[in-house]
Design a protein around this ligand. Structure first.
Ligand code: SAM
Length: 234
């Protein structure tokens, strides 16, 4: 794609772009092609973007796409394992999307400065969102809101969080699975919750059948009941 043509984002990336604050400096960690940061500078949403990846090949693609903006100082591509090559104060909105939940937690746990005032995390885990929420809650982050979308019949969620030090939902098993999704009154959120309930039902039945991990099975039953209540209300 030439960076002179306006990039049109698929729904999942558009959902993330819509969560970015106008005028902020943005880091896109695990950027791959760099389409999201390209959109953010093309539309004048971000004042500056840093497209970052741990691999050189994706960075080359991102660099091609972002070239004119790099020349103007509005964009930069950076080789970095997670946030390791970033310094405090460089960015305000940090996007971690399209990666597994365990990897995202691993990246966040190494960067103490993400707790700074004004820093906002925009996270779209492909797997184990419950691990991400549990980490955020135990690390003193507050989930401000979540959004869901569908793309090619698949449902995705994204989490927006900031540090407030309150630990309000720390250790809350049901919250780690549902987060702020109960407040999302959208078809995409219902679609996501429906699929999640099916997955958790299978896991809970397997745990009960084997007699393994009864406390997890009981916790999952609580989550499933919570989802059923939400879906009935909407
Ligand atoms: C599936 S792509 C997601 C691309 C884009 N963020 C999206 O949501 O469409 C995952 C990207 O994360 C990068 N990645 C994996 N581990 C990483 C790490 N520790 N730090 C930075 N990037 C990483 C990969 O090289 C790959 O380009």
């Amino acid at each position: 794609m030439s960076s002179y043509s306006q990039v049109k984002l698929p729904p999942r990336l558009q959902m993330l772009a819509d969560m970015v604050r106008r005028g902020s400096a943005v880091a896109d960690i695990g950027t791959d092609h760099g389409y999201l940061p390209l959109y953010l500078v093309q539309k004048g949403i971000a004042k500056r973007v840093i497209a970052s990846d741990v691999r050189l090949k994706p960075l080359e693609n991102a660099k091609k796409n972002l070239e004119p903006f790099c020349a103007e100082g509005l964009a930069e591509v950076r080789l970095s394992d997670g946030l390791d090559a970033f310094e405090r104060g460089e960015v305000q909105d940090i996007i971690l999307a399209g990666m597994g939940g365990d990897l995202i937690v691993n990246i966040l746990a190494r960067a103490e400065w993400i707790k700074d005032n004004g820093v906002r995390l925009i996270i779209q885990p492909m797997t184990r969102p419950e691990t991400v929420r549990a980490f955020l809650c135990s690390y003193g982050f507050k989930i401000l809101f979540e959004i869901a979308c569908t793309e090619a019949q698949k449902a995705y969620i994204a989490i927006c969080a900031v540090f407030d030090g309150d630990n309000e939902h720390k250790g809350d098993f049901v919250y780690s699975y549902l987060g702020e999704l109960p407040s999302c009154n959208t078809e995409a959120a219902r679609h996501y919750l429906n699929k999640l309930r099916k997955r958790l039902n299978i896991r809970a039945h397997a745990l009960k059948a084997t007699g393994n991990n009864e406390s997890e099975a009981a916790g999952l039953s609580g989550v499933i009941a919570g989802i059923t209540e939400i879906l009935q209300d909407k």
